[in-house]
Design a protein around this ligand. Structure first.
Ligand code: PMP
Length: 404
């Protein structure tokens, strides 16, 4: 059986990461993976997480199964974080929620669910988008056609809003559209509030099923509520069906613990019960994951249920988003000082972990082979990999690559 398995060369961020690890050059810089690093380019544990673990006394923790839906406390708190108290108090009964294996698990589950239990015809993905979206939909929803809408204009280095709306005019009733809730990966560009409203009205008019991928709440602005604005705006439409894939990898720094949730908001007009969707999600999840992991959700829960730890978490988010923002400014100022050809304002104006630098595939390759600076071939650089020690070297190398 196994001798007929087709060959596959492993590519993408994790293959590049392995190449970086094998590089022995002392000046190497890692701008690949979307994981927060401190100013010494080291992984950083949030203070709130350290304190939560201390309070949990992990050595005496239990190891039983979670219920199939996940931890009720965790799901309830996760729901409030993304939708806010006002919406949850009003429409809690209309939201089906399940704990998932982080954001990837939530994306996969909604794809499987739409494929198996609905007549969804196409999924519209932004172009560009997170590299894993295409694989997730291909693997989990073979019946649903994958289509793309233009999201970003290389020439204006901004959201290509007109093209986006024009293309989405082709979407049919019962199609699904995927939107990044904030800090769009890889472009770092989000629609304005006015643009979000227009997208919501288009989805309403065309009766599209809206999927928000929320992997960076708290990373765009440093404020959890502000970064949930688009989700809450859409959820206030009583005739829209919405799913939110919620990840706590980045905002709690719990990358390996796989903490996340999937929420599905039913319409209130016409009124629809969430029970069938809830039960189907649990049933489907049971077949391939059973229930989500326990430990990370306990850490998250400890923070969610305790005001002091929540304040600490907010301070941690400010620390992380503040450092990212200061590195954006440092890189921009240095490129400006060097008079590097081009307009680099997007480097400081984009939000979230990444900068979509605008560097070509060829330039990215030269940066890697000649200067040992690693980023994705698309020109996406993780700003978290910049430090006060390496930012000048990175700017100088970009300058040389662009001017050579
Ligand atoms: N969605 C987007 C847009 C992401 O960037 C990521 C992480 N890179 C995820 C989902 C999923 O991450 P995780 O599975 O760790 O929650």
């Amino acid at each position: 059986l196994l001798s007929t398995v087709p060959a596959l060369t492993v590519e993408g961020p994790f293959a590049l990461e392995a190449e970086f690890q094998a590089d022995s050059d002392p000046s190497k810089v890692n701008l690949i993976i979307g994981a927060y690093r401190d100013d010494r380019a080291r992984p950083w544990q949030l203070r709130a997480v350290v304190e939560a673990k201390r309070q949990l006394r992990v050595e005496s923790s239990f190891h039983e199964y979670l219920p199939l839906q996940g931890s009720r406390e965790f799901i309830g708190a996760a729901k409030r974080l993304i939708f806010g108290d006002a919406i949850v108090n009003k429409i809690s009964e209309s939201i089906a929620s399940i704990q998932t294996v982080s954001g990837t698990g939530a994306n996969s589950l909604i794809a499987k669910f739409l494929d198996k239990h609905t007549r969804c015809g196409s999924i519209w993905l932004p172009d560009p988008t997170w590299v894993n979206h295409k694989d997730i939909w291909e693997v989990n929803a073979p019946r649903i056609e994958m289509r793309c809408y233009p999201y970003y204009s290389d020439s204006t280095q901004a959201v290509d809003f007109d093209q986006m709306l024009q293309t989405l005019n082709d979407a049919q009733q019962g199609d699904a559209i995927l939107l990044h809730a904030c800090a769009h990966n890889p472009t770092g560009q989000d629609p304005t509030e006015e643009q979000w409203d227009k997208i919501a009205r288009l989805c309403q008019a065309k009766k599209l099923f809206v999927i928000f991928d929320s992997a960076y709440q708290g990373f765009a602005s440093g404020d959890l509520d502000r970064d949930a604005w688009a989700v809450r705006h859409f959820a206030a439409f009583s005739d829209l069906e919405i799913a939110v894939c919620q990840s706590f990898s980045k905002n709690l720094g719990l990358y390996g613990e796989r903490v996340g949730a999937l929420h599905v908001v039913m319409t209130r007009s016409p009124p629809t019960t969430a029970t069938h969707v809830q039960n189907r999600l649990v049933d489907l999840h049971r077949a391939f994951v059973s229930m989500a992991p326990l430990f990370g959700c306990r850490v998250a829960n400890q923070i969610f249920q305790n005001q002091e730890l929540q304040d600490m978490w907010q301070a941690d988010l400010t620390t992380m988003s503040g450092r990212i923002s200061s590195m954006r400014n440092a890189l921009y100022s240095e490129l400006l000082r060097l008079r590097t050809p081009g307009d680099w304002a997007h480097v400081k104006n984009q939000v979230g972990m990444f900068s979509y630098t605008g560097l070509s595939k060829e330039e990215v390759k030269v940066l890697r082979t000649k200067y040992h600076i690693y980023m994705l071939p698309s020109g996406r650089a993780s700003i978290c990999g910049l430090t006060n020690t390496n930012v000048k070297y990175v700017a100088q190398s970009i300058h040389k690559v662009v001017t050579e």
